[in-house]
Design a protein. Structure first.
Length: 88
């Protein structure tokens, strides 16, 4: 019998990957982005791992969930700052 992954785990994983993919795309817009990109790629691997293990707790608000939000917020801030610096 194959293990089935719960829909809530899949939903959390999809939301996390969307945030991390957006953050990864933003890393090309600022100077230190290559270092952040490595960290984001590691987080993406964790998301896939937790999804495979059907571990919704690690993807949710009591696990890595807030970190995914922070990573995206940071990437947006750095990309905006780089854009303002380049415009000046």
């Amino acid at each position: 019998m194959a293990n089935s992954i719960r829909p809530e785990t899949t939903a959390l994983a999809n939301a996390a990957l969307a945030k991390l993919n957006e953050a990864l795309a933003l890393t090309g817009q600022y100077r230190t982005g290559k270092f952040d990109a490595e960290h984001i790629a590691d987080l993406r691997r964790k998301v896939f791992q937790f999804h495979r293990w059907d571990d919704a707790g690690m993807l949710g608000p009591n696990g890595y969930g807030p970190l995914f939000d922070d990573v995206l917020r940071s990437a947006r801030f750095k990309a905006e700052a780089a854009g303002r610096r380049d415009a000046a």
